[in-house]
Ligand binder design. Structure first.
Ligand SMILES: Cc1cc2nc3c(=O)[nH]c(=O)nc-3n(C[C@H](O)[C@H](O)[C@H](O)COP(=O)(O)OP(=O)(O)OC[C@H]3O[C@@H](n4cnc5c(N)ncnc54)[C@H](O)[C@@H]3O)c2cc1C
Length: 499
């Protein structure tokens, strides 16, 4: 039996939540880590990176439906991990330190204290804890991709030394050891011997509502297994869909959204569930004259950043090179596929379209209503189109042409810019990076949900640590950024305690 009162309660054991809980427990706080899913300990499907697809669509995946999209494909769901490690236990472990450009942009949006220099100590602690490995390099196809990229102006880059900057192509790093993922759970929770003492991990426990003291401070959480109480504070780390959902269920959010479900308003906070961001992407694929040598766990070894259309101060698109034909979105729309081939997935690295997360009902078991509004900002459509054109130009270079038999999709019939843009949005998907739904901003920014110390506006002992606090989309895969946010959150809580 454990007590139901702790110094701090962390809700959600995902990429950021595991980090906050582990760091606080290491510093001597008593912590409850509340997780809706099950433990990953000893679970090969969750620990072995090559098996991630086995988890998609199972009870370990929230598998959220999205609202029909007026300007793009909407025939896909959003995978989110439901287990210790959260989405870091179901992702593909591509590891990127956050580019300086993005952190500086966050500061300009009101997140004071988040400059590259101020985040560097958190990244340093993270790098001591999370093991990164580079993808294998002895692949003749990849060598030719790099040569072709150099012919279209992309220099070879070492991405995490210390962070990707500007245009370039490089080998991906993965947060893994061999075939074993270094999820937030594996890297931060598993090594802690004090489980059950300072750190109480409560799996299969779903938070349904936050609890508050009579003075308005956060005092605990109601779960499907009873109530838990916090002497110091509560950290919400449920991710970009479930964190705004739990705030709304607790009466914190835009008044109209709460009124619509008869939820008494505790705090009318306009930004909750607004500003939903993502990395929309679309793919092009080519059949090859021979099989491409396979070296990577997930058919991915290289990525590039390109500043197309020109004029922006940071790369506008990111490309992932796949050593297989990724035809999940194209086959249903009638495009051909092949056994031997490669794919270039282009994503809008700093996409600007903003969607919403709202409640469907006041029932905590109901999934939220998720509407991305993909490509409603013209910048995203223009950028994706420029990225698709760039990918075609890359493949036209001699080092890659010796591999190519034919373009599978979009295919030679798609020639004009209008056709290419229509195709790109017809088969578009996501890199599964939802963010921004409780954004961080200056204390006087009415659209911000948390201040630059991650405190919910008006409730200083309630913090948020997950992808929902992104003030803007980062131009890389964001898992390591989420872990860094966890490091910073623990740092802020411990600083408060010291004072
Ligand atoms: C298929 C896929 C591949 C990806 N690949 C990569 C990649 O290669 N590299 C990369 O950088 N990023 C990748 N990502 C994205 C990245 O993993 C996420 O951005 C990141 O994990 C988000 O972290 P988070 O802390 O915001 O939330 P999460 O890690 O999603 O954690 C939220 C946690 O809260 C729990 N929770 C939710 N609601 C409740 C509740 N009411 N009560 C209790 N617990 C609750 C959840 O079960 C979950 O454990 C990928 C994502 C997907 C889906």
């Amino acid at each position: 039996m454990h007590s139901n009162t702790f110094d701090t309660i962390v809700i959600g054991a995902g990429s950021a939540g595991c980090v906050v809980a582990a760091r606080l427990a290491q510093a001597g706080n008593s912590v409850a880590l509340v997780e809706a899913g099950q433990s990953d300990v000893g679970q090969a499907d969750m620990l072995d990176l090559s098996r991630w697809k086995n988890l998609v669509g199972t009870q370990h995946d929230y598998n959220y439906e999205i609202a029909p999209q007026p300007r793009s494909n909407s025939d896909f769901n959003h995978t989110r991990g439901k287990m210790l490690g959260g989405t870091s236990s179901i992702n593909t472990c591509v590891a990127f330190i956050t580019p300086d450009h993005d952190l500086s942009h966050w500061v300009s949006l009101g997140a004071s204290g988040w400059s590259p220099q101020e985040c560097a100590p958190a990244f340093a602690k993270l790098r001591e804890t999370v093991h990164f490995e580079q993808s294998e390099r002895n692949n003749a196809f990849h060598t030719d991709v790099i040569a072709a990229a150099q012919q279209v102006g992309l220099a070879q880059q070492v991405f995490n030394a210390p962070a990707p900057s500007g245009n370039g192509i490089g080998w991906l790093d993965f947060n893994k050891k061999g075939t074993q993922r270094q999820s937030a759970s594996v890297a931060y929770l598993h090594p802690l011997t004090q489980w059950g003492e300072r750190l109480t991990v409560l799996t299969n426990t779903q938070a349904t509502q936050l609890l508050f003291a009579s003075n308005g401070t956060a005092s605990g959480v109601r779960t499907n297994k009873g109530e838990l109480f916090a002497k110091q504070g509560v950290v919400l780390a449920c991710g970009a869909f479930a964190t705004p959902k739990l705030l709304l269920l607790s009466g914190i959010g835009p008044q109209a959204d709460l009124d619509a479900h008869g939820i008494p308003v505790r705090l009318d906070l306009a930004g909750v569930g607004k500003h939903l961001l993502d990395h929309p992407e679309s793919g092009l694929a080519w059949e090859t004259v021979s099989q491409i040598p396979q070296v990577d766990l997930n058919n991915m070894g290289l990525a590039f950043f390109a500043n197309t259309p020109t004029g922006s101060t940071a790369p506008a698109v990111m490309g992932h090179i796949g050593t297989a034909v990724f035809d999940g979105h194209t086959t249903p729309k009638g495009y051909p596929s092949a056994a031997n081939g490669f794919t270039i997935n282009i994503n809008v690295a700093r996409a600007r379209s903003e969607g919403t997360v709202r409640l469907r009902s006041a029932d905590p078991s109901a999934a939220p209503h998720i509407d991305f509004q993909y490509f409603t900002d013209p910048y995203d459509e223009e950028t994706l189109l420029a990225g698709m054109e760039f990918a075609r130009r890359l493949v036209q270079q001699a080092p890659l042409q010796r591999w190519v038999k034919r373009e599978l999709f979009p295919g030679s019939a798609i020639t004009t810019r209008e056709q290419l843009s229509r195709y790109a949005r017809q088969v578009s998907g996501t890199v599964y990076h939802p963010a921004g739904t409780c954004k961080m901003g200056a204390a006087d920014d009415a659209s911000a949900v948390v201040d630059s110390k991650l405190r919910v506006q008006g409730i200083p002992n309630l913090r948020i640590a997950d992808a929902s606090i992104f003030p803007s989309m980062v131009g890389v895969n964001p898992n390591i950024t989420c872990m860094m946010i966890g490091e910073r959150c623990a740092e802020f809580i411990l600083a408060d305690t010291r004072h």
